[in-house]
Design a protein around this ligand. Sequence first.
Ligand code: T1G
Length: 692
Amino acid sequence: MSAEYQVNGQIAVITLNNPPVNGLGHATRSAVVAGVQQALQDEAVKAIVITGAGKAFSGGADIKEFNSPKALAEPSLHTLINVVENAEKPVIAAIHSVCMGGGLELALGCHYRIASAGAQIALPEVKLGILPGAGGTQRLPRVLGLEMALNMIVSGNPVASEKLASTALFDQMADGDLLIAALAFADKVAGLRPLPRVRDLRVDYPNSEVFLQLSRDTVAAMAGPFPAPLKCVEAVAAAANKKFDDGLKVERELFLQLVQTTESKALRHAFFGERAASKLPDVPDDTPIRAIKTVAVIGAGTMGGGIAMNFANAGIPVTILEMQQEALDKGLATIRKNYENTLKKGKLTQEKFEQRVGLIGGTLSYDAIAQADLVIEAVFEDMGVKQQVFKRLDEVMKTGAILASNTSTLDLDSIAAFTGRPQDVVGMHFFSPANVMKLLEIVRGKQTAKDVLATVMALSKKIKKTGVVSGVCDGFIGNRMIEQYSRQAGFLLEEGCTPEQVDKAVENFGFAMGPFRMGDLAGNDIGWYIRKRRYLEQPQIGYSKTADLLCEMGRFGQKSGAGWYDYQAGDRKPYPSQVVSDMIIRHAAELGITRRKISDQEIVERLVYALVNEAARILEEGIATRASDIDMVYLSGYGFPLHRGGPMFYADTVGLPKVLTAMEEYARGRHGDAWKAAPLLLKLAAEGKSFN
Ligand code: T1G
């Protein structure tokens, strides 16, 4: 049942019951309409209360029904709200915990609303690239006023119910038991007429056009490639300037425009993709997870420190182990400095600052961490060092402790084999800076136990990371793909581009940062070290030598004061470098390459399709569980533009046959072997299918 009906005295109580958050799916909508009609026909009933079971009043339209006929099947959300608003008996919404999207729109259709404190009130539709499509843009301004409603609708951010207590949104705040308060309130208002309807209120804002024009200018400046925020302003403007039903028509029209846009489909894809990533086909949802009450981190370097901060931020005590006191002190001092900077920016309260710093301890002794539930090693990326650490961990860690490696490219199965408990070994690959980047690649070894995976996946949510499971291969998902992207970037330099041209082209496409600026930021020596290993292990793979020549010049990037770009002391701004340009031209001449003018389109296609082609191999090898996981890796860890939905989603929007045609063109150029199409890509294109 997705809504329960019961009569309490002379009050009918309809309880939404569609776990986990009472999404207003078709069955729920139908049950509520039936409940209201039953209450209207029952003479003994003089008022109706609608409330939600479990952890929400309602999280809005049932996102599981999106893009399915059920989403619009009658009774639609509009019909349900009309039935409620036109009822001849008072309908009271009793709100707690979460009241969002269509859930808030339903509450706005009720005659009265009472709420418990601490409920999250929001119209978050703009975050899905749409706008409130069931009257929210017309009713919310009528109870909150133009400015507050516009802020909530354009930002999509929740506001705590108690902050809205003095507005016309709530007729009463409930102290203590919400249902008891709602029944008492219903008794009080049962006989009052006429029934108050939000639609009959007016938006009272003199000279609203001035404010709305200012809002349009402000929103246009911050909306970037997303059309929804500006259309939210237009819909709210209609609430101020038009009759209710006319405003509703404007809202409907704008909603239908937005729901068709690629940007909205990309945002919804990312919303579902983040949730889908935590589902592992062969790991049941109810797999028991291990309690993680204390964590240890091996290594107090940049990664170790950042990793430790994630756990302190989630309120989990963490101990960092180092070999030398000096290194430990330095690492702890860096962490403190990071928190002090956040405190100075006003993004952290003094209390939280002290709590978090207090949760991070340090030690030089393995025995001191033996009882930790999870230990994450973040030591030097060398198999010999990993071997020493994991042998030691195997000796000291308590039975049942999870042993995780932060390795970014090494074979996790080899690491697990250093221990007598490979089932407890897993990869937790954080991305630098580890306390900032949302992506966490959870590397599943051949013997990694299912409960270990389930535990680390649940933990990733707790530390606010986007956890994506990867199988074991060189580079896992993200770095294996970026390798092909980087190869193409190097070839483009030899064939005619400058670093700044390549960076600008992909940044115009929407990447947060192009490959050469990224290299200068992360350190060009990291790639150099990995390529040296690759030259030995896979000599058949060709690379541009430009990146090696750059490192041989000692130009490791910002950390060495020069990289692909020149830098001035104390200034992180990249300046095109004549030295680098000369090196590239000289090298191209030595290779006998006639450099040519290369279009931005070719740059973007070669970098992005290189990602797509390698991703297709990763998918068919089962390294990634699903295409949207790969999109989540790139959206949350590599600065891929959100409005394009990730490399796989983007390839689908281009059309796989078109991607293949472009690849065939590049296969005729230098290093054409790099463009050998992945079988899965060929197969899907031939069958007219897509990745997602
Ligand atoms: N419908 C169905 N399931 C939902 C849901 C929803 N609206 N929201 C969340 N879930 C599921 C989610 O997939 C996960 O499922 C579980 O609930 C817990 O979610 C016409 C058209 C509500 C604040 O955008 O912001 O109404 O993975 O891990 O951290 O204008 O979920 O466990 O199986 O996020 O406690 C507008 C989106 C829809 C709300 C709860 N509503 N959801 O956060 O848990 S559009 C939203 C959230 C709309 C109308 C339009 C959050 C939350 P599973 P969770 P949480």
